[in-house]
Design a protein around this ligand. Sequence first.
Ligand code: ADP
Ligand code: MG
Length: 320
Amino acid sequence: MLSEFDLIKQYFQRDRSGRADLGIGDDCALLTPAPGHQLAISTDMLVEDRHFFAGADPFMLGHKSLAVNLSDLAAMGARPLGFTLALSLPGADPAWLDGFSRGLFALADAFDCELVGGDTTKGPLNICITVFGELMPGHALRRDAARIGDDIWISGTLGDARLALAAAWQEVTLGPAAQAQAALRMHMPSPRVALGLALAAQPIAHAALDISDGLVGDLEHILAASRVGATLDADALPAGPVLALQETALRRRFTLAGGDDYELCFTAPVGHRDAVLEAGRRSSTPVTRVGRIEAEPGLRLVDASGARLDLTLRGWDHFS
Ligand code: ADP
Ligand code: MG
């Protein structure tokens, strides 16, 4: 049986000098952001049977645990520096730890984000990561920064992760290839870090957040914080490739109020349209214009012809 310290040493401590001045092994890690930069800090917890199914593939779980955190840095326009990992494990299962740590570090290395510390305890499976990033003061893409007249943009595509969940719950039936493609989208989200950095560079964008609980519910956070309203064109929303083949009602429901998308929703002045498209190209991330920020409070939905749609949709809420 592995001891707690053997476990940390074997699976989480790596012999490589990274970004941290001091990494795993002391009471605290030490990190120095680049001169003149601010720290951006965010925490996300993944709980078994709440955020993932018992028996979930450990490699994909390692990936997703960090991906959802990097997505928050992306939504702020921050560059990843490092992260801590608080892990509660029912046991020291080498196969699980091997898969989990490989999935975690594959993504960490891809974004040059170093594991600098954490905590390990025995208990129900629970994974809590805190990420640290850096950005220039005044460049953060805050939720309260949307302005009347801004365009609303979405990165990538929406709804395939929610469709995978619907298939797992047997609410819809997908062919095996379609189901596998959608499931990959649910288990292996790609944090839009490069796009976030490009949008924060000038800054090109005003407000941004990452869509984790469904577009409508998440966009409401920007509207409330910025004290504005918006109109969204439901037919302009980019559906995931699997969802795109489903009927209109389901497509609308899962693009507007899906969940687990980890795409960015951001606002930018009309005069920055070319700059936004260029930021998308430079970061190899598709971007789609889907609506407009307005003075009138509330969120309105229209179809491609401009006709009002009456859709009652809510974001994901763990307590209701
Ligand atoms: P403390 O007694 O201060 O809580 P620990 O004995 O829990 O410290 O941890 C020893 C070292 O290992 C610390 O530097 C801590 O940050 C690190 N550590 C513990 N668990 C993890 C983990 N799951 N991943 C990365 N580092 C960890
Ligand atoms: Mg500890």
